[in-house]
Design a protein. Structure first.
Length: 126
């Protein structure tokens, strides 16, 4: 099994992704079933070959499919001030987009070894 992965940035956060992995990113406002291109790739490792960007790898991208948009579990925010009877309880649910990583494309349009094997095994379907 090939040890290929990429580090991408989305919504101000960095994610280490592999093909077939599901991640939750900040809300991207994409319809379910549509493909998303994550072009801010910071690093790609494909076996022994490692490409590090300065700050991003030019020409590299990660293709992902939007599975759903939703909200995370509610967190409780409770503010309290001592001795003045001041209390405030609010909640927050962070919206997210769930993405399925389809393929990692290196500079020059080359697909990583693991993604190429997976594509060949599925008969070339997306």
């Amino acid at each position: 099994m090939s040890n290929s992965y990429a580090i991408v940035e989305s919504g101000g956060k960095q994610f280490r992704v592999r093909t077939g992995q599901v991640i939750n990113t900040e809300l991207l406002h994409v319809e379910s079933g549509k493909d998303v291109e994550l072009s801010r790739v910071l690093m790609i490792a494909d076996g022994d070959e490692v490409v590090i960007g300065t700050p991003e790898v030019k020409g590299a991208k990660v293709i992902a499919r939007c599975l759903e948009e939703g909200k995370a579990r509610k967190i409780i925010v409770f503010r309290y001030k001592n001795k003045v009877r001041e209390r405030r309880k609010t909640g927050h649910r962070q919206p997210y987009t769930r993405l399925l990583i389809k393929e990692i494309i290196k500079p020059g349009g080359k697909v990583t070894k693991k993604a190429a094997k997976a594509k060949a095994a599925s008969g070339g379907e997306n």
